[in-house]
Design a protein around this ligand. Sequence first.
Ligand code: CP
Ligand code: NVA
Length: 313
Amino acid sequence: MKHYLQFSDFTLEEYAYIFQRTVHIKHKFKTYQKHRTLVDRTLAMIFEKASTRTRVSFEAGMYQMGGSVVNLTTGDSQLGRSEPIEDSAKVISRMVDLVMIRTYGQDKLTAFANNSRVPVINGLTNEFHPCQILADLFTFFEHRNFGKSPLESLKGIVVAWVGDGNNMANSWLQAADLLDFKVHVSTPSGYEIDPSISGLKSTHSFKVFADPREACKGADLVTTDVWTSMGYEAENEKRQKAFANWCVNPEMMSAAKPDALFMHCLPAHRGEEVSAEVIDGPQSVVWDEAENRMHVQKALMEYLLLGRQTDSA
Ligand code: CP
Ligand code: NVA
């Protein structure tokens, strides 16, 4: 049994399969063909933090594949009344086939997975957001593949990360380490990445820049995220000041390659981490990115439950 707790949990071969399978699953969705490979399977979703995209993409995806979904939040379950996570995992995983969790510390997710009889997926923790990176990589491949395979189209690219050294940044670092591309990271001081969280095999896959414009130079993709992630709201005022120069604006985009893409996992705050001209402009692919959450996660859930399928399925 496999879990998907961080990006580094899968091999290159597994990503090659997942991306190829996503192409197939998305094509069927776009051409109104049924893809019901998870009939009678149940996904439990546990949300300890708010969500729009993660909730809708997992729930719609599971129903489209013939399965069903149980949605739990901290407020309406015993999780909010301090039932141990280990006990919750033992109970929930006896009744469903798959679990997706959005929570605070990665340690909580790991504790759940260690006590689960069924595969567990990370729907965002303070440390990682692997499902979002899966969607972002697939979106890059769709827009800039030049006839190459998903992994070939990502190999050697430069991704500029402008902003917080957060869960998204950590997951980008893991992806670059495995898929052989480079992340140019620029964060305000005090909000740096901590490569030890990502457990990187080498330091070749990232480079740190004090100036965000320098990080964007020659990039194939510029990406950012909110200044204040969920769980860090008490630091909001301090962060507003510290991050003021880390707004992806047209000037920053013009430092990147002329055909560079802009991505943001959303939700976005126009005028803070990104200007409206950029996120609503021609280089932005944020809506494709959001939609692709559903397509990649359908491939992911199917893989965790059924293993590799042939494209006739
Ligand atoms: N990007 C993302 O995970 O969005 P939600 O917080 O809306 O799920
Ligand atoms: N870094 C953000 C991502 C939201 C999808 C957060 O953790 O709140």
